[in-house]
Ligand binder design. Structure first.
Ligand SMILES: [Zn+2]
Length: 127
């Protein structure tokens, strides 16, 4: 992350569920080591535009985006310092659509890791 002409690592990273065409969503969180400002960097891949987007939020804005995205957290980097259950390591959110007669009837949201394990987080019925 960047601020005050310096580059530093996030103190925590939130891995977020997919939301519509936004996938690989992550929120990087840190306090600037120079000016102490609270910062959040929201990054995601937009499948419609086929590209990555990044947006910085500061102070109150950083708190607001954390509050807004809290419900979508699949896992956090800090969480894994003391939590260790499958799927573990770096995870990402994945949505699977369940179709019946060509119509989406439910969406299953999984937490996946890079070893192929997955865990059902939430199932949303469309009916
Ligand atoms: Zn700063």
């Amino acid at each position: 992350m960047r601020h005050c002409n310096s580059v530093f690592s996030a103190q925590d990273i939130w891995y977020l569920l997919d939301s519509g065409n936004y996938t690989k969503r992550k929120l990087y969180i840190a306090d600037c080591p120079v000016c102490n400002k609270k910062m959040a960097l929201y990054s995601f891949f937009d499948t419609d535009k086929n590209s990555y987007f990044e947006k910085y939020y500061y102070s109150g804005g950083a708190l607001k985006i954390k509050e807004k995205l809290k419900k979508d957290v699949v896992s956090t980097m800090l969480g894994f310092k003391y939590k260790y259950k499958a799927p573990y390591g770096f995870k990402y959110g994945k949505n699977t659509e369940i179709k019946r007669n060509g119509k989406v009837v439910a969406i299953k949201q999984y937490a996946c890791d890079f070893w192929g394990r997955k865990e059902l987080v939430k199932k949303t019925e469309n009916e």
